[in-house]
Structure formats: structure tokens, C-alpha cells
Design a protein. Structure first.
Length: 579
């Protein structure tokens, strides 16, 4: 059997030009760093053996490389998970009612909870090797990235404008063709912005992800997070300053090598553009597009994909390639209502089981106290998300309407989103102690320090995707002031805002574990809340209380998502579409 391999002018295309010569050193440098870092992540190691850490700034580039590689591995895994999960949830209504609540549950479990549950299993997979601990850290970072990206793509797939869907039907596109030529391009700009936010979230939780506790042993992996934790423990302000510079350097590298090229590339997926409109640019993307060798290499995946799809078409003419677009499997409405009831029963039974499990160690009185802690943290989350929305929605719309401004503030917003809350501990502790402030109130801003940017990034993505004809229509109708916001801006950005708000809410719950129990050297300040309870139990290695805290947090987050964010999602999908 002869495979229909693509025919290309190899002799001409493989002859490098000056642009290739400029890009090849960059590629080899990146490959060399990847090889070196990967080798360091898989060295022999026995649990309990201390790993060398130092506050010498000369070691910071090496620590930065290790942290950056962990986040790159987590980002690849998150992207694969996002595509599979979001497409399945959006295209299979029968599974949507199962997958979205599962995603709510996964988002509600804090990073420390994932580490407590999975670290022993990862270490068992690679006995006598550091790779097991590294996989546990990568998985923890994955949990800070994947849910946001999955919600973003799912929301985009559910809110594709009807006129574009009708156009795809008119051109007789199969479900597969419509996905790759319409739905995925439609969701790509929002997905890229949420990928940036997810990487920033990984930086935000880098301290928690690189500090592994197993079998009574504390393992601090070489990385920026461990460097920050050591600097805080030793009250070394100079090291804190170096850590800030290190995080800034990592953000700039990610921005220049990954996200700026992606933002410039996804600009072609905009619904429309105006002549002379300023578009995002990237020096790396320009080199790749002008380099003859890299243009050839860029065509290979598409050519191989055509071969693969061609073989599938020959094998089965009734596959997804030719099937009519639309939902793949639907169930009656009563099945969805029954499933909702099952979820409620399972949640109640799960909480009862946890209560019975911890009763011998904790007691029902403490369970009630933990529920009150959950209410206190809920109040903080609601107030902070409301304030962040009032501030960042107008700013995000203004930035999203100006592509050049969005490009210039992109890396700044990434850095602010990535700024680990731990680096603010010295300031928070010193100010609270110096002025005798209320710990319950003045530690709260640390919860929103990194998560508020989910709202800004998603609003920017939503505002930048508004079609020009809608802007012209709003202008022709004379919409101004609050009327313009009510009738135009809010409906246009609402799906993106909901995606940002739900992930900001979940991130704030996660950040409460860091923000409600702060320390600077021997000075520790603890607010009354569920995050502080979980952080204290994790520090003490008290598994029953860890389980209780995580269960209560899951209960609150799931209720929040089910009765607020899910309803807003349905409103965005059904009534507030760009049609």
C-alpha cells in the first residue's frame, strides 16, 4: 500500500536563509537548556535525603530553569487535558452534566490537597529517583492551570455565534471540519490568554508546589518557590528582592518565546479586521515565518495530518469526518434533573462519610467550627471578587479595544498575576504588626493578589473579539454611557467575564490557604478562615483535619459554582451570544 505522502520542493525549502541562521542558535540554546534541566530532574534520589538549597543569587538562574521546566511540562499536560475535556463536554450533552460538576469538584480541591493525595503514588512510580517527586510537583502545578483553560475553551465552544454556525452548515462542513475551521479558531484567542493566566497561576503557587511532604519528610525541590520559602524563613530581604527579579525574568522569557508569538499568531482568527489596524507582533514569529527551513518544518504536521485523515476517510466513510455537525449524544431533560439529584445525594453522603471518618479525631463541635470558617472565607471571596470586577472589567474593555495597548501591557499583567503572594508576606506582617491592624481584614487582599487577573485577562480576550460591525452598529445607534455598557459591552464580554470570574473565585479559595496564615521569620499571623485551618493541618501533618478542611472547601465551592456561576454560564450561552 502506498501512502499519499505530500510532495514538496525539498531542495529549495531546506536551503537555509539568513532568517534561519538567526533563529537556529535560539533553537539550539533552548534544546540545550531543556536537555540539561531534564537530566537534573531525573537524578538518583532517596526520600528523606535533603536537597541542597542556597540563597546565593548565583544559583537563582538554575532554580529558575527548574521551575520553568516544571511549568512547561504542566502547561503541555493542561493543554492536552483542555482539548479533550472541553470538546467532550461541549459536544456530548449526555456527558456534559457529568463532566462539568466533576470539573467544579477538581477546581475546589486545593493544591495542598492534591499533593497530600498523589505524592506517594508518584514517588512509588519512580523508586530511587527524583523524577517521582518532580512529577508530584508538576501535577500540583497542573492543578493550578488546567481547570481555567478547560473552562475557557468549553465556554468558547458553547458560545460560537449562530450566524457562523449557519455559514458552516451552508458550506456542508462535517463536524470535524467545523471544529477545526470554526470552533477551535473561535476559541483560540481566549484560550491563549487563559494559558498566559494559567502559567501565571503556576508562578503564584510555585512555593506550595515545590514543597513536598511525604512520610513525615519535607522535600524542597530546587526552584524559585523553594528559594522564596527559604528567604522568608531566614528573613532575608535581599534574597526576596532577587526572587522578584527571578520571577520577572521567567515571565519575560515565557512572554517572548511562547505567549507573544501565540498572541500574534491567533490575531488571524479574529472575526474581522480593519485596514491599517495595528496588529500584535512577535520577533520570534517573524523569524519563523521568514525562515525558509522553519516554514518547511511548519508544514510537516499539517501534511502528516492530511495523510492521517485521508486514511481514515478511506477506511470508514461514515466516521466523524462525514457525520453531520451537532451534539453527538443527547438525553431527555429528566435525566439531567435526575443526575443533579444524584450529585446532591453523593455530596451529602460524602460529607457524612468524612464527618464519620474524622469524628474520632476531631469531634462534631470542631466540624461546626470549620463550617463557620468556610462561611468567613466565602464572605472574603465574594467581597474580593465583587471589588475586582468593578475595577478590572472597565479597564479590561478599554485595553481589549486597543490591540497595541493590550500587547504592551501583556507581560506586565502576566508579571502581576504571577507575583507569588509569599513575597508580600514581609510587607503584610510588618504593616499589620506595626499599626495593630485586624488580621481577618488586612490579610484578605493577599487572596486576590494573583487571582484578580483572571478577570482582567478574560475581559481583554472578550473585548478584543468583539466584531467591528457590532461596534459600528453601537455607534450608529448613538449608544453612550451606561446605556452602551448595558446594551453592548456587558452582553459582548459576559461569557468571557463569567469564565474569568469562576476561575478567579476558585483561585481565591485556593489562595486562602496561603493568605490566611502568613509568616515572616518567627512571626506568624493567622486569620479566622478555612484556608488557615487547612494550612495549619497540613503543616502539622494532621490528615483527618486535612480531609475535613478539603471536604468543607469542596462543599462551599461546589455550592457557589452550582447556584451562581453555572446559572450565569447558561445565561451567557443562551441569551448573551454575539449573534
Amino acid at each position: 500500500m502506498r501512502w499519499p505522502l505530500p510532495t514538496v520542493a525539498v531542495s529549495q525549502d531546506l536551503k537555509p536563509n539568513s532568517w534561519d541562521l538567526a533563529l537556529i542558535p535560539v533553537v539550539f540554546a533552548v534544546l540545550a537548556l531543556l536537555a540539561f534541566g531534564a537530566a537534573q530532574m531525573s537524578i538518583p534520589y532517596d526520600v528523606g535525603e535533603p536537597l541542597p538549597l542556597s540563597l546565593d543569587p548565583a544559583n537563582l538562574p538554575y532554580y529558575l530553569l527548574r521551575s520553568a521546566l516544571r511549568m512547561a511540562a504542566a502547561l503541555v499536560a493542561s493543554l492536552a487535558f483542555t482539548i479533550v475535556f472541553a470538546v467532550t463536554a461541549a459536544k456530548v450533552p449526555a456527558l456534559e452534566k457529568v463532566l462539568i460538576p466533576i470539573l467544579d469538584i477538581l477546581q475546589s480541591i486545593p493544591i495542598l490537597g492534591f499533593l497530600s493525595i498523589t505524592v506517594t503514588g508518584f514517588i512509588a512510580l519512580f523508586p530511587g529517583n527524583l523524577l517521582g517527586v518532580e512529577c508530584a510537583a508538576i501535577f500540583a502545578i497542573f492543578t493550578s492551570q488546567a481547570w481555567n483553560m478547560a473552562f475557557s475553551l468549553y465556554s468558547s465552544l458553547k458560545t460560537v455565534p449562530n450566524d457562523l454556525i449557519e455559514a458552516s452548515d451552508m458550506f456542508h462542513l462535517s463536524a470535524w471540519q467545523r471544529f477545526w475551521r470554526l470552533e477551535m479558531p473561535w476559541g483560540m484567542p481566549g484560550l491563549v490568554w487563559n494559558m498566559m493566566m494559567s502559567v501565571s497561576g503556576g508562578w503564584f503557587f510555585v512555593v506550595a508546589s515545590e514543597a513536598i511532604s511525604v512520610s513525615g519528610q519535607n522535600i524542597s525541590l530546587p526552584g524559585v518557590g523553594s528559594y522564596i520559602a527559604l528567604a522568608i524563613a531566614e528573613k532575608n530581604l535581599a534574597a526576596i528582592g532577587w526572587a522578584i527579579l527571578g520571577v520577572l525574568g521567567g515571565i519575560i522569557v515565557y512572554d517572548q518565546l511562547i505567549f507573544r508569538p501565540l498572541v500574534a499568531w491567533t490575531d488571524k482568527f479574529k472575526v474581522d479586521s480593519l485596514p491599517g489596524e495595528q496588529v500584535p507582533e512577535s520577533w520570534l514569529l517573524t523569524l519563523m515565518q521568514r525562515g525558509r527551513l522553519f516554514r518547511y518544518l511548519a508544514r510537516l504536521p499539517a501534511a502528516l495530518w492530511e495523510v492521517f485523515t485521508g486514511l481514515l476517510r478511506r477506511h470508514d466513510k461514515e466516521t466523524l469526518f462525514h457525520r453531520a455537525p451537532g451534539p453527538l449524544l443527547t438525553l431527555p431533560d429528566w435525566v439531567g434533573r435526575a443526575w443533579d439529584a444524584v450529585l446532591v445525594v453523593v455530596a451529602v453522603l460524602g460529607l457524612v462519610q468524612v464527618a464519620l471518618f474524622v469524628h474520632g479525631e476531631v469531634g462534631f463541635g470542631e466540624i461546626g467550627q470549620v463550617l463557620l470558617y468556610g462561611l468567613a472565607t466565602t464572605l472574603r471571596v465574594v467581597v474580593l471578587i465583587t471589588l475586582a470586577s468593578l475595577i478590572w472589567v472597565p479597564i479590561g474593555v478599554w485595553i481589549g479595544q486597543r490591540p497595541l495597548v493590550a500587547q504592551n501591557v501583556q507581560w506586565i499583567a502576566q508579571f502581576m498575576a504571577a507575583f507569588p503572594a509569599n513575597l508580600m508576606f514581609p510587607v503584610a506582617v510588618i504593616v499589620i504588626v506595626r499599626f495593630d491592624l485586624d488580621v481577618d481584614v488586612w490579610t484578605s487582599p493577599l487572596m486576590i493578589l494573583g487571582t484578580q487577573w483572571y478577570i482582567l485577562f478574560n475581559v481583554i480576550a472578550g473585548a478584543s473579539a468583539i466584531p467591528q460591525e457590532m461596534k459600528d452598529a453601537a455607534g450608529n445607534l448613538g449608544l453612550t454611557g451606561w446605556l452602551k455598557w448595558k446594551r453592548f459591552y456587558i452582553p459582548a464580554i459576559f461569557p468571557s467575564y463569567v469564565t474569568g470570574a469562576i476561575t478567579a473565585s476558585g483561585g481565591s479559595w485556593n489562595a486562602s490557604i496561603v493568605a490566611e496564615l502568613v509568616s515572616w521569620g518567627d512571626t506568624k499571623l493567622e486569620a479566622h478562615g478555612l484556608g488557615a485551618y487547612i494550612a495549619r493541618a497540613t503543616s502539622d501533618g494532621d490528615f483527618p483535619r486535612i480531609a475535613l478542611g478539603i471536604a468543607v472547601m469542596c462543599l462551599f465551592v461546589m455550592a457557589f459554582n452550582r447556584f451562581l456561576w453555572r446559572r450565569l454560564y447558561m445565561l451567557a450561552a443562551e441569551r448573551l451570544r454575539l449573534d
